[in-house]
Design a protein. Sequence first.
Length: 441
Amino acid sequence: MEDGVHLLLSFAAIRPDCSFSFVATCAALLLALLVSSALISGSQAAYFSLSPGDIAALKSRSGRSSKVAAQLLRRPDNLLSSILLAGNVVNVSIIVLSAFFMQRSLVFASELCGFAVEVFAIAFTLLLCGEALPKIYTRNSALSVAIFMALPLYALSNLTKPFSFLMAKATLRVNRRLKSRHVSSISIGDLSGVLDVMRTNNAEDRKILKGIVKLGSTDVHKIMTPRIDVVAVDVSTTFAELHRLIVKWEYSRLPVYDGSFDNVKGVLYIKDLLRHLGETDFAWQTLVRPAYFVPENKKINDLLEEFQTQKNHLAVVVDEYGGALGIATLEDILEEIVGEISDESDMEELPYKKLSDGVYIFEGKTLLIDFCKLMNLPDSYFDDVTGDSETLAGALLELKGDFPAPNEEIRYKQAVFAALAFAGRRIQKVRVAFDKEPAIR
């Protein structure tokens, strides 16, 4: 401590003609200005971080301060202009007064030393007391700070009305010119980061918002039902066989193909058959509607928009050679936002079987994106190994680099995978053992 004092005295010394009253007056003024700067900075953070629920609470309260706060929020541009104008005036006053005080009360070893001390001392004090601390406090007390500062800000807005009006008009004009440019420059990562730190304790709301954000970065092939799991009907199927197929699977739409699924001819809407249920033999092929084909790399937000405009609910996903890879439905897209959607006829059955703590058996066809959701893993969990694989079985093949032997264990990160059952060259069952029990959603 003494070394620090000696070091400071080597750079600066107190002027002999500096009076105590001068020091006390300057210190009192600086303290008042710092408090004003902190209140203004905190009020800016408070008013512009209020959630819709906070704003509704303000409007429902009966106190005068709450009503004034709600009134200020009706014209946010004018409010921001008043706060910025007052904040800058106060901060400039602090800088000028601090420099004047140091020049009149201290003698520095050199001009460069005096300049450095003034700059760093003033900058550190302003950032700490006028910006950082008020905003840290306001982050958890935005509503109370907004109510506390309502009346002072109302008086301030009236005092600075001519200047803030001009600033608000200028800001509005600039925003209109640059709005489209700023919106187009926001990335998916930026939006996800905002959602991570946004002021809401509702995890479900945050999950839905993140699902909406990811619509623009997720390809259709990541959410589609692969062709091996698609229930489709050959165009040569008889009406009686078709009826049995409909009763068995209870789907509302069925793709129709000729010979193989690569040659999809259209989609049969089961509701179109209702008027013909009493007939024993009917040319149901006349009811087949044209199929809607989409490339595998189409973004699902674009597909959702096309579903809306074309009033369609099902698309056939094709690769670059025109071969059918599977189907994507409107329900698949909505499940990316809100989670699993169960129909009235769906059985309440988990897509996995739990053997013990941290040990599960999954279907090999389980999509990786669904596996990560169920096991509460990040979506990027398999990014460094999956390549073009979309299923758990495909991830095992890439991890091994070959077909794994039955029960052969493959470790990846905090989990051990093993193929349990095969159907020819297809992995049907996969055992997953975690080192630590995951927080299942």
